[in-house]
Design a protein around this ligand. Structure first.
Ligand code: HEC
Length: 137
């Protein structure tokens, strides 16, 4: 009998651990995400352009190398039909070629953010992008 309880206890621990691993990401911190967005040292090795160097987040500024993101938090929910904003923004960062923004070519957005950024850094960036609601795409 005792053994059965021990086994159940272990199984519940395992189930909890499985939930914690990646699938259900922690909510990110938008303020940290904003700092990361502007950082020239995203990968921690002193190199790499900031997100801001390719993306304006200011309403009315023309798109530069990448789209203006001042309203991306609003449009992200309807960019890919059926895909929630969070998932779309995450994909736009880590697998940019999968859902190319309209009018842009693949191969410009860096492809390695999934490797150089930690899961919590990506969550922070997504949380920041979700705050961007200028109202004008
Ligand atoms: C070298 C320039 C460049 C850098 C650096 C860059 N991007 Fe991009 N980004 C692009 C281009 C070009 C596109 C449009 C093509 C595409 O969708 O991949 C894009 C698309 C996006 C989109 C989708 C926009 C939309 O309108 O749906 C998001 C979100 C985004 N980038 C976020 C980021 C974040 C966050 C970073 C920093 C971690 C970053 N980008 C760094 C060039 C860049």
């Amino acid at each position: 009998m005792k053994l059965a309880w021990a086994v159940m206890w272990l199984l519940s621990l395992l189930a909890l651990a499985a939930c914690g691993s990646g699938h259900d990401p922690e909510p990110g911190d938008a303020a940290r995400g904003q700092q990361l967005f502007m950082s020239e040292n995203l990968g921690g090795n002193g190199s790499g352009p900031s997100c801001l160097s390719c993306h304006s987040v200011t309403l009315g500024e023309p798109p530069s190398i990448g789209p203006n993101l001042s309203n991306v938090g609003a449009r992200a929910a309807s960019t890919v039909p059926g895909m929630p904003a969070e998932a779309y923004l995450r994909a736009a960062i880590v697998e940019p070629d999968t859902y190319l923004a309209e009018g842009y070519q693949e191969g410009i957005h860096p492809r390695d953010y999934g490797q150089i950024l930690s899961a919590s850094q990506i969550n922070d960036l997504v949380a920041y992008l979700r705050t961007l609601h200028s109202g004008v795409n």
